[in-house]
Design a protein around this ligand. Structure first.
Ligand code: ASP
Length: 492
């Protein structure tokens, strides 16, 4: 007999069907036993009566979260028993057979609530149980829909998805690299990508013209509220465009995403308003303003269905770092705005040079950032010279990029936009951990897998690594206030 999903059962009144799932609740009313069965599609009330002795007796033993298979007839519920809150609230199963597929110990917490009342560390330790709750399952389903929408949208626009390596060389995105020791090249290390930045630019030089990827970005950040060591970004790059072309494309994507998947939401202003960095700082005191109009009117009560997008542009290209040296504010591969190209080439008026960077903001969260890139080896070199790199160092670190740009590079630009943040905002979730299947703690621990963990001495030996016994405790210093260092999820 074929298994039906619970959501399909309402269409089969009068028929005998088989369903399977978890026992969400078990209630005894006089002589009748009720089981609420849960599968990934919903809940079904299942009724056991004494006249059906075998199944009835078997149901006495069953406890919550056991996995069972039930066979029985789908019947209409009596009028006074209808539950309009669930899809299958008009029907129930009159159970004829019960098979126990797997028993369950008592769970460490309830999974029939939204989970917000439970300590997050415990939720993370038992994430596979936490994900049984409706809210989180729904979050993952919506996340899938958002990702699929973006993939379909960009594919229809003629973009192709290309995977880029995880084991690579450091690309400066303003954060610290995670490194991986190489066994075959003793003493050498790969860096995990902070973003696919260099690869996507190289794909433009390769002539692919329209690239995207749902890319994992790994940044060894210091402990900070809503950050994750790894996040996923929708990473796009395209050739033969100017900033306006890119903004038009990404804005169209976001509008269409909201209108298709979240029709209940209202985008406050289309086209999205644009602010320049200076204006944003003067008017709102930050570069990711929350422009929802009704905010001031109903202080503390935010309308969950208003989406206030805006673009922030005209950022300074450079800022001084803690040692008084020039560093990039967002991305060293960005081009200056065209009117500042000469200043960059002459290394003049550095503090005035504006970058072609554009950030996209939603309800006060930065959900992405990108730019038009420098596409000549000379202009790339100037950026690193301004930052005080010696010729040799530029060659060693970015020689491959400058060489690539000497072989004919189209004008190009793109974006990196955080899927976790977009989905959390669209679902009105308070933080990105609620929309990530297996998130880590703020200090980068996976409490379920117990990672990071020590490795065997044999593994260390193979990698030619010795651990310093005097493991120092990492002291996290509060960073100095800066404009920002890099884009999505980077240091700010
Ligand atoms: N590499 C940037 C980031 O990761 C995105 C970009 O400039 O395209 O945020």
């Amino acid at each position: 007999m074929q298994r039906f999903l619970i959501s399909e059962t309402a269409k089969h009144v009068g028929e005998k069907v088989k369903v399977a799932g978890w026992v969400s609740a078990r209630r005894v009313h006089g002589k009748i036993i009720f089981i609420d069965l849960r599968d990934r599609s919903g809940f079904l009330q299942c009724v056991f009566v004494p006249s059906n002795k075998v199944a009835y007796d078997a149901s006495q033993e069953v406890r919550t979260e056991w996995v069972v298979e039930l066979v029985g007839q789908i019947v209409k519920r009596p009028e006074n028993m209808v539950n309009n809150k669930i899809e299958t609230g008009k029907v129930e199963m009159s159970v004829e057979e019960l098979h126990i597929l797997s028993k369950a110990e008592t769970l460490p917490f309830a999974v029939d609530t939204d989970g917000m009342e439970i300590n997050e560390e415990i939720r993370m330790k038992y994430r596979y149980l936490d994900l049984r709750r409706d809210r989180l399952r729904n979050n993952l389903i919506v996340r899938h829909k958002v990702v699929k929408f973006i993939r379909d949208f960009l594919s229809a626009e003629d973009f192709i998805e290309i995977e880029t390596p995880m084991l690579t060389k450091s690309t400066p995105e303003g954060s610290r690299d995670f490194v991986v020791p190489s066994r075959l090249q003793p003493g050498k290390f790969y860096a995990l990508p902070q973003s696919p930045q260099q690869y996507k630019q190289l794909l433009m030089i390769a002539g692919l013209e329209k690239y995207f990827q749902l890319a994992k970005c790994l940044r060894d950040e210091d402990l900070r509220g809503d950050r994750q060591a790894e996040h996923t970004q929708i990473d796009i790059e395209m050739s033969f465009i100017e900033m306006e072309d890119f903004i038009e494309l990404y804005e169209r994507l976001l509008i269409s995403l909201v209108q298709t998947l979240f029709p209940e939401k209202k985008i406050q202003q289309i086209p999205f308003p644009r602010l320049n960095y200076k204006e944003a700082m003067e008017k709102y005191g930050n570069d990711k303003p929350d422009l929802r109009k009704d905010l001031s009117m109903q202080a503390g009560k935010k309308d969950p269905n208003i989406l206030a997008f805006c673009w922030v542009v005209d950022f300074p290209f450079f800022e001084k770092d803690d040692d008084g040296k020039w560093t990039f504010t967002h991305n060293p591969f960005s081009a200056p705005k065209p009117e500042f190209m000469q200043d960059l080439m002459d290394k003049k008026n550095i503090s005035n040079i504006l970058t072609s960077q554009y950030d996209i903001i939603l309800n006060g969260w930065e959900i992405g950032g990108g730019s038009i890139r420098n596409n000549t080896p000379e202009s790339i070199e100037k950026v690193f010279e301004i930052m005080g790199y010696e010729k040799e160092e530029i060659k060693e670190k970015f020689g491959h990029m400058m060489e690539a740009y000497s072989f004919g590079a189209p004008p190009h630009g793109g974006i990196g936009s955080g899927i976790d943040r977009i989905v959390a905002l669209l679902l009105n979730e308070p933080n990105i951990r609620e929309v990530i299947a297996f998130p880590k703690t703020g200090d980068g621990r996976d409490l379920m897998m117990q990672a990071p963990s020590e490795i065997y001495p044999k593994q260390l030996k193979e990698l030619h690594i010795k651990i310093d016994d005097k493991k120092e405790k990492v002291v996290v210093k509060k960073p100095k206030k800066k404009i920002k260092k890099n884009n999505t999820y980077g240091k700010k």
